[in-house]
Ligand binder design. Structure first.
Ligand SMILES: [Zn+2]
Ligand SMILES: [Zn+2]
Length: 659
């Protein structure tokens, strides 16, 4: 017999190994096996088993060891992962390895239970202890002869997976557009009867502490012990417990972030995705994926309904509504306020903030209001420009733009995230004449604090609310009247802060540059979520420069916005009507990058998709960073992936959010 094994290597293919006869009883699809690979020994997942063919052109190596007594990945999660690998152009072995981290050491929670006689004397022992005492092989032989069973310590249920329970439902998709408070009530009303009947419900949240915390606390209050939270940060034992409970039991509301998608929730009868437009669903680790797309696929594979709850749904969901695939079921949408718009001068370093802003703040403070200022960028300045040689200051490693953080006098790279001390000199010509542009929350906090001495000024960005403790401290402060909160998009997740007096939007034209083709959608979603969370009595938009989009998008109604934006994307052939694939070459020198690019273009031409190239970048400088953007249908790269993944220095990013 031979087995096809998905190995955690970047090449998009599965590898063939011979199953030595003594191991044959132990090898099943979905178990992990140890195999030799290029002078190394790797663990991979068995994806298929078949008879050895006579005419096999090469002699496969032997599988060395079987790692799992039974498959620990359930069939549907397995299929989901293989689908994700293809969809996101990642090798199946890497996708499987990164998705099932929770399953890496589940064996230590397993206990032996003898059936009748106990010739080995291992009854009641931990499986691992039994291995040590009588040897793994003898334990496995006895197990596969049915002489004892193995159960987990949390549920006491047999490790042998029962067949998947037959679903009486089928896939359907619904969209509930409503304010946060009514969303959680609605989720509860949908989930409660299912939990009552012994089924599980899966709720995906965009983050852990902020929006996630708001929903998590509510469900815990209402459902107590029946809430099972799962997060990749949890201790191993707790993860093991949630794994076995969702695998073997029912009646749980399983909630957590995107890492929940690979839990063996075979009793699931409903999948809910809260705030599907949130960037928190994007996984940037080895398997880059969009958690919302995966949740939808999971619902399809399990044959259960999916419910999206949002105040400003993503365009692909709205496309589904337009095409009749997603049913929109109403709710209480936020009422977008009339926005007061004022044109102001651009915020410049060294100058005080515009008078219009000061007037709006002073008026609010005179009424003892709480005021929130939202700005897209978090650092002091997002652009550094040399006035002598007229070049932007770039990251010395990846040659992308950097932003300046005054707090610790550091430069932070936009692309690779690396930080460097700021030496107040141009990296190209050494000049000290550096100009700062695109000011952010840090700059604004500093200036407003010095101008508004009698107010308490707080800054809230993703970095200031990392831990539960940070969040707790902030919540204590934001309740005071005459507080001015300056911050970024994270403000739209502070559901317990509102209602506030006034919301001031500053620098929103920067969204046009940051968010690319998604800018209008991004502006709309940020705005609606800010209104939903903060419930301001008044909204001000301070515009600078020529960009009219923020004002236009903010003053539209939902229906007009979505129909126009979908039309726009359709005409311009952008997602969700096509898919984008960003092929990035990152090598340490220019010649290597250029030769990889030549090879890449040759492959694309030979495969007949040369015409799908819609953009190409060659960054300035000595280093080898190149990117090619492709546009096309869902399966554009399918047949080419084994070849593509062999091109050196190449990384494929499917559906890149920013291009
Ligand atoms: Zn310079
Ligand atoms: Zn960098």
């Amino acid at each position: 017999m031979i087995a096809h094994v998905a190995l955690p290597v970047p090449i998009f293919k599965v590898f063939t190994y011979r199953i030595p006869p003594p191991l044959e009883p132990f090898v099943q699809v979905r178990v992990r096996v140890r195999v030799p690979f290029a002078n190394r020994s790797l663990i991979g997942f068995v994806v298929g088993i078949e008879e050895e063919k006579e005419e096999c052109p090469f002699t496969p190596s032997d599988i060395r060891e079987v790692a799992d007594l039974e498959p620990l990945v359930d069939p549907i999660s397995f299929d989901l992962c293989l689908w994700a690998a293809r969809h996101y152009c990642v090798s199946p072995g890497l996708a499987l390895k990164t998705s099932f981290l929770h399953g890496s050491d589940l064996e230590r929670y397993l206990v032996v239970g003898a059936q009748g006689d106990d010739p080995l004397g291992v009854d009641g022992l931990r499986l691992k202890r039994a291995y040590t005492l009588v040897g793994k092989e003898r334990v496995w032989e006895h197990y596969h002869q049915g002489l004892f069973r193995v159960r987990d310590v949390f549920t006491g249920e047999s490790l042998k997976q029962k067949g998947p329970s037959v679903s009486v439902q089928r896939f359907s998709a619904k969209l509930f557009v409503s304010q946060a408070e009514s969303r959680r009530e609605y989720y509860l009303s949908m989930a409660a009867p299912l939990l009552e009947s012994g089924s599980n419900v899966l709720i995906l949240l965009p983050d852990r502490g902020l929006a996630g915390g708001y929903f998590h606390r509510f469900f815990e209050e209402k459902l107590g012990e029946r809430v099972l939270y799962f997060g990749s940060h949890m201790p191993a034992k707790r993860k093991g417990e949630v794994y076995f409970r969702t695998r073997n039991q029912g009646g749980y509301l399983v909630i957590g972030t995107r890492s929940c998608l690979f839990l063996p929730t075979h009793n699931t009868r409903l999948i809910i995705v809260e705030r599907p437009e949130d960037d928190g669903y994007r996984n940037d680790q080895a398997l880059q994926f969009d958690g919302v797309a995966l949740a939808t696929k999971l619902a399809e594979l399990r044959g259960v309904p999916i419910l999206y709850g949002s105040v400003s749904p993503p365009l692909d969901v709205m496309k589904g509504v337009e095409e009749g695939i997603v049913e929109s079921i109403g709710g209480e949408p936020v009422t977008t306020k009339p926005v007061e718009v004022a044109a102001v001068k651009r915020f410049r370093i060294g100058q005080s903030p515009p008078q219009e802003l000061m007037d709006i703040l002073a008026e609010g403070l005179s009424r003892d209001e709480r005021i929130v200022i939202h700005t897209p960028l978090k650092d002091y300045a997002a652009r550094l420009y040399c006035l002598s040689c007229h070049q932007s200051i770039l990251c010395p490693v990846c040659e992308s733009a950097v932003s300046f953080r005054k707090d610790d006098n550091r430069l932070v790279c936009w692309k690779c995230g690396r930080q460097f001390p700021y030496h107040e000199r141009c990296t190209h010509c050494g000049s000290e004449l550096i100009s700062f542009g695109s000011t952010g929350a840090e700059y604004m906090e500093e200036h407003i604090r010095s101008a508004m001495a009698d107010a308490s000024v707080l800054k809230i960005t993703g970095e200031t609310v990392r831990s539960k403790k940070d969040i707790g401290q902030l919540m204590g402060l934001v309740g005071e009247p005459r507080t001015i909160i300056v911050g970024t998009r994270v403000l739209s997740k502070l559901y317990e802060v509102g209602p506030i007096g006034r919301l001031i939007l500053v620098g929103w034209e920067d969204f046009m540059r940051i968010a690319g083709y998604r800018a209008r959608e991004y502006i709309r979603q940020t705005y609606c979520n800010l209104i939903d969370a903060l419930r301001p009595a008044k909204v001000y938009l301070l515009t600078t420069g020529k960009a009219r989009e923020p004002e236009e998008v903010l003053t539209m109604n939902d229906e007009d916005f979505y129909s126009q934006e979908l039309e726009r994307r359709k005409t311009a052939e952008f997602p969700p009507y096509v898919r984008l694939f960003l092929l990035k070459i990152d090598s340490s020198n220019r010649p290597a990058a250029l030769s990889a690019a030549t090879r890449l273009r040759g492959l694309l031409e030979a495969y007949g998709i040369g015409d799908n190239i819609v953009g190409e970048t060659v960054r300035p400088g000595e280093k080898g960073h190149l990117a090619i953007l492709l546009k096309g249908r869902e399966s554009l790269l399918d047949g080419l992936l084994p070849e593509l993944t062999r091109v050196r220095h190449l990384r494929i990013e499917a559906d890149p959010p920013w291009v």
